[in-house]
Write a protein that binds this ligand. Structure first.
Ligand code: NAD
Ligand code: MG
Length: 372
């Protein structure tokens, strides 16, 4: 495979727009597009560019990305350690240091080459450096391609909580080359598929049917299937974000499975269960609770579970995690406006709602009875 700018891409790139008035930006999805000049150049603010990536991704893709940056630019790179435990203000500080040491001004551009951890940190560095500079997302995990790179949430973890420090800051563009998924571990691919399934469950029953028919193609990295799924997912997220940029309303639906999922992640210790795995089990729990409320019938729950399982995701809660372990952690959820638990549940497959009034005995019974 060649990566010079004259090489034809195997698929025509697909483009969609995130509509946010003056802050609107495009998402380009294609194959064999990284490293071509026309891919990055339109979105660079000036001549100063800092590419930030991590130790795992640098040997795989840094050279290829740099091929697309014209010679006359002043390009610096910064390679951070890999891992959610490094999504900290300390690492963001290293980005600020690199920018200041290079003497970069307000017309510089940051490029985030990596998964959601890199994207969130680079976005936050861009939001705060000299009160805000341009940045471009080049997401390399399925999760970051369908979720974290779209919507403008940026930030870092604090010892007291995940994503507790951050800002809303939109990129100039999201540039997705699906070829990066070839090197992604299959567990990470499944984790990304959890968020893809989530979009279908909350907003798009046609997409759910499409996913049932195409799950094996997606897991086999078939390019057409990947581009379609990423495009549809980004479209669904972009529409929700355009309606509700700062999460006053409909954006909360994106948390389907996440209240249960976050409880699982934090109980297990971050890194044991991948986020998407916890969301997979969490969506199964949300479906079961929706069933107990009389909203989903048996066949709908079975369909939902079959789709989650076909993506390689768990349908059980962790062994040894008790109902109280869930409740204790679920009460800390950011969505709770006061003492009540707010859960995203399913009125039907393809339609979610935020439910404030889950009877606590029903929730308790679900948490006790759900399979481990
Ligand atoms: P990640 O960034 O940690 O990437 C997962 C692993 O895959 C890492 O080890 C990474 O180095 C490796 N990797 C990345 N691309 C690769 C490739 N192409 N080939 C081989 N290995 C590769 O995790 P993630 O799942 O991408 O993102 C999770 C993060 O995203 C979390 O911090 C979460 O809070 C954040 N997030 C943010 C938003 C948002 O709206 N901003 C939404 C969802 C998640
Ligand atoms: Mg998520």
């Amino acid at each position: 495979m060649t990566h010079d700018s004259t090489a034809p891409s195997r698929l025509p790139p697909t483009t969609l727009n995130v509509d946010l008035g003056e802050r609107s930006y495009p998402i380009h999805i294609g194959s064999a597009v990284m490293g071509t000049a026309e891919w990055l150049a339109p979105y660079l603010a000036g001549n100063q560019v800092l590419v930030v990536t991590n130790e795992t991704i640098a040997p795989l893709y840094l050279e290829r990305l740099r091929l697309g940056l014209p010679d006359h630019l002043e390009v610096r790179t910064l390679v951070l350690p890999d891992g959610e435990e490094y999504k900290t203000l300390e690492q963001v500080s290293r980005i600020w240091d690199a920018l200041l040491e290079a003497g970069f001004n307000r017309r510089c551009t940051l490029i985030a080459l990596g998964g959601g951890v890199i994207g969130d940190m680079v976005g936050y560095a861009a939001a705060s450096y000299q009160r805000g500079v341009a940045f471009i997302q080049v997401p390399t995990t399925l999760l970051s391609q369908v979720d974290s790179s779209v919507g403008g949430k940026t930030g870092v973890n604090h010892p007291r909580g995940k994503n507790m420090i951050g800002a809303f800051w939109q990129p100039k563009a999201v540039l997705i080359d699906i070829d990066t998924l070839i090197t992604l571990p299959s567990r990470e691919l499944s984790a990304g598929l959890a968020e893809v399934i989530k979009y279908g469950l909350i907003r798009d029953s046609d997409f759910l049917g499409w996913l049932e028919a195409n799950m094996q193609a997606l897991r086999g990295l078939e390019p057409d299937a990947l581009v379609s799924a990423i495009e549809r997912s980004c479209r669904l997220k972009a529409d929700i974000v355009a309606e509700d940029e700062t999460e006053q309303g409909v954006r909360a639906l994106l948390n389907l499975g996440h209240t249960f999922g976050h409880a699982i992640e934090s109980h297990q210790g971050y890194g044991q269960w991948l986020h998407g795995e916890a969301v997979g089990a969490g969506m199964a729990m949300a479906a079961e609770l929706s069933h107990r409320l009389g909203w989903l019938d048996d066949a709908q729950v079975a369909r939902c579970n079959a789709l989650i399982a076909s993506a390689g995701l768990p349908l059980e809660a962790p062994q040894g995690m008790e109902a109280d372990d869930f409740l204790e952690r679920m009460r800390l959820d950011k969505k709770n406006l006061d003492a009540r638990l707010r859960l995203v549940l399913l009125e039907s497959l393809g339609k979610a709602c935020v439910f404030d009034a889950t009877p606590s005995d029903m929730l308790q019974a679900l948490l006790e009875e759900f399979p481990r």
